[in-house]
Design a protein. Structure first.
Length: 89
């Protein structure tokens, strides 16, 4: 996707209020997880039903705001790949 389209999509999402709703969903998922541990983006995506690109974008923004923090790398329960999970900050 061209950068201008991504930027436009981001601004539309932010202006619509859906961004904060997705952030709320992600935080709630992390806090209420039955696993009660850190989660990978793919695990969050699967539990919330949000697309992985939406989860990735929101989590990156949430890291910058201090809402979530990175945990030590581990294998994802969904993909079996080594990744950096997150937990509520």
């Amino acid at each position: 996707m061209p950068r201008s389209t991504s930027t436009s999509s981001y601004h539309q999402l932010r202006d619509s209020g859906r961004q904060s709703t997705q952030e709320t969903q992600i935080l709630q998922c992390l806090r209420e997880s039955m696993l009660n541990v850190d989660m990978t983006l793919k695990e969050i995506s699967r539990m919330t039903g949000l697309e992985i690109n939406a989860v990735s974008g929101r989590v990156n923004g949430m890291k910058k705001k201090g809402m979530v923090k990175e945990a030590p790398k581990r294998k994802c329960r969904v993909t079996d790949r080594w990744v950096t999970p997150v937990f509520p900050g």
